[in-house]
Write a protein that binds this ligand. Structure first.
Ligand SMILES: [Zn+2]
Length: 77
């Protein structure tokens, strides 16, 4: 299941909610490429949502760009 991330407009693998400080280190993370943070308020207290993006979702893997246009040069009459 993927959740749409409102920060970078990309599907995210999971969402977590935090109401206190924490440390994030993605340097050695094999699963996630980046995490977006969205602050919000619940019951008058500040929270932050973490949107976890996998490498595939961010497109950091094998990105394949194909712009092959159909050739339409056969106009013999
Ligand atoms: Zn994001």
């Amino acid at each position: 299941m993927s959740v749409h991330c409102p920060v970078c407009d990309t599907p995210s693998d999971s969402v977590s909610v935090h109401d206190r400080g924490l440390m994030v280190n993605l340097l050695d993370n094999a699963r996630y490429r980046r995490v977006c943070f969205e602050p919000f308020e619940r019951d008058g207290r500040p929270h932050v949502r973490f949107y976890h993006h996998t490498h595939e979702q961010v497109g950091a893997g094998d990105v394949e760009l194909t712009d092959a246009e159909p050739t339409d040069a056969e106009s013999a009459d």
